[in-house]
Design a protein around this ligand. Sequence first.
Ligand SMILES: [Zn+2]
Length: 272
Amino acid sequence: MAMPREDSANMSRRIFAAQATVGLAALAPLLTTSDEAKAAEKPMLGSSLQGPGHVVCVGAHPDDPEEGCGGTLARYAELGHRVTNIYLTRGEAGIAGKSHEEAAAIRTAEAEAACKILGAKAVFAGQIDAATELNSARARSFQELLSVEAPDIVLTHWPIDVHPDHQVAAMLTIRAYLACKRRFQLYFYEVCTGVETIGFYPSLYVDITATREKKRQALFLHTGEKLERFYEKYDRFTEEFRGRESGVFVAEAFVAAARNLRSADSSTLPGL
Ligand SMILES: [Zn+2]
């Protein structure tokens, strides 16, 4: 149905007024220093991590947070920030010849020991290795789990990855990030780029020279010698390459889900 000209003009004015209001609301923290503006800003202030904050790393399996950003997590913990690793699964399908229950028990203990080395707490999200699900119910329960943790910063898998469980962990985190109206800063990490992670072009780097040994200790707790060989074949070179890219010895690299205008240094993660 065609709209009368006058109504159309009124509608245009109303739309313009609404857009102007939205635009001003977005700029409000820049335009005023009132207490209301400061209060409105508060949920995001943790993103700069000037004081102790909460850093949550989401990984599909025990060993993913350690492999992708163990050095970064150790640095945050050493600086006095709270660090939590959320493991989507307990690695049930990860040990040949073991039942799901046996493998889960072993890998849960390994994840907890690794977290102890990194200065982190281990949380398990209750999905099953190699059978992870992405649907509304799973998205809701993951969002609830993450909101209980009330993170300032969340690190998760880069979503383009050959492993379906890594894809699910990334998408659940993205869904939670959008559902809570981006109350935390979201960053993506890589896991063995070229073999698992694909199309990852980072712009943020964390120098892990001082915490690399802790990362290796935490990582090598998982499934023993096999993972150590995997690290020597792939991850060592990724760390060294990211180090060369960023002008340090070894580094971990990240992609930001959105620009963090409150971060003083745009080349690394907040607080580091
Ligand atoms: Zn994994």
